[in-house]
Design a protein around this ligand. Structure first.
Ligand SMILES: [Zn+2]
Length: 141
């Protein structure tokens, strides 16, 4: 059932704003429905939230900003086409929540800024080895 729902959405012109995502669109939607862990016809708010929490961290970084809107578009379409009668009501909240999660996740994915200050020679080494800096990465400095 889920596969067919996803394929029907992708074939529908309503999904065209996101067609540039290519195969990722189906992957994200399948993962979304799978993570909702229910029949697509039983989607509800908590299931949508659970699904978003599960799939956002697995998304490619370039999809983080647009995928929530795409999922919202999917839910709207699914509600209108009466495949998932409840879905339309969930769309707005799903976009909002998805964008919130995506922002949090994107912040986490920023590379950790390594402090540029060198530790003192007798301070613990910044590599976390537990040795003194002068006997570890600071040898010869
Ligand atoms: Zn070290």
């Amino acid at each position: 059932m889920n596969d067919k729902v996803v394929a029907d959405f992708i074939a529908n012109p309503l999904s065209s704003p996101w067609s540039y995502m290519g195969r990722d669109m189906a992957d994200i939607l399948n993962a979304f429905l799978e993570a909702a862990a229910c029949k697509a016809s039983e989607l509800n708010g908590p299931a949508v939230d659970k699904a978003l929490q599960s799939i956002v961290p697995r998304m490619k970084k370039v999809r983080l900003s647009d995928a929530p809107k795409m999922i919202g578009g999917f839910l709207e379409w699914a509600g209108k086409s009466l495949l998932l009668p409840n879905a339309n009501a969930l769309a707005k909240e799903a976009v909002k929540r998805g964008e919130e999660l995506a922002r949090e996740d994107e912040a986490k994915r920023q590379p950790v800024k390594v402090g540029d200050a060198e530790p003192g020679r007798n301070d613990p080494c910044k590599c976390g080895s537990g040795k003194k800096y002068k006997k570890c990465c600071g040898v010869g400095k």
